[in-house]
Design a protein around this ligand. Sequence first.
Ligand SMILES: N[C@@H](CCC(=O)N[C@@H](CS)C(=O)NCC(=O)O)C(=O)O
Length: 253
Amino acid sequence: MKRFGALMTALALALALPACTSTAPAASSAQASAEIPKIVIYHAEGRRSERVVWLCEELGIPYELKFRRGDVAGSFEDIFAVNPGMRVAPTVFYNGELLVESGAILQFIMDRNGGGRLIPAVNSPDYASYLRFMHYAEGTLASDVVADYRVARATDNKAPRGEKETDGQRAMRFADDFLAKHAYFAGAEFTTADIMMVFPISYAIRMNVADPAKYPNIAAWQKKVEDRPAFKRMLAIARPDGRVAPPPSLVLP
Ligand SMILES: N[C@@H](CCC(=O)N[C@@H](CS)C(=O)NCC(=O)O)C(=O)O
C-alpha cells in the first residue's frame, strides 16, 4: 500500500509539472525512492548543471529542467532572476530550497533520495576513493585545468604541450594513474564520483589543455561512462543541439 501510494505520488507529481522551457521527467520514476521531491534544475547547455540531470536520470527521479534552448546567455539571465546572489549553473530548487555547488547538490539528492545507490558503503574500502574524487573534481582538477586555460588565453593562446607538466596536466595524470588500477573513480563500481569527474576531464581535453593521447585509462573510462543509458538520456534532454556557445579551444602547435 505504501509502495502504491509512492507510485501514485510520483505519477501525480509528473503530471502536475507546470509548463516551462523544458520539462523532463526521468525515464523510470518507478525506481524513485518513496519521498518524491520537487526538483527544479536551472541549466545551461554543456555546463555543470548536466551533472544534476544525469544523476536524476540515473536514479529515476522526476525533475523539471529550465533552460533556453540554444541561448546560453538567456539561460543565465533566468538563473540570475531566481538566484541574484550567485549567477551559477547549476542552480537547483529542492522542494523550494535553493541549492548551489554541484558536488553538494549531488550529495544532497543522494542523501535524500539515493537509497544507497551510486555510493559505496561508508565502511567499504572504496569509500575513501569515492570521497576523494567527489571533491577532487572541482577542488583540484577543475580549478587547475581552468587556471591553465585562463593563463594561456591571457598570454599566447597556445595549448600547453611543453616537457614540463602544467598543474592541470598533472591533475589529469593523477586521475589516469588511478584508473590504471580501478574501473571507476570509486573503485569497482560506477558512482556519483564519476558523474563529477566527467566535466573537468572533457573540459581539459576539449579546450586542448591536456593531450588525450597521454591518458589512455581516462579515454577507456570516458567511453564506458558516456555509454550509460542515463548519460545518453541526459544528452538528449539537456544538450539537444550539442554544445552551445562553448569557450574557444586553445590553439594546437
Ligand atoms: N564549483 C561550482 C562551479 C559552478 C560554475 O562555475 N558553473 C559555471 C558553468 S559550468 C557557471 O555558472 N559560470 C558562470 C557563467 O558562465 O556566467 C559547481 O560545481 O557548481
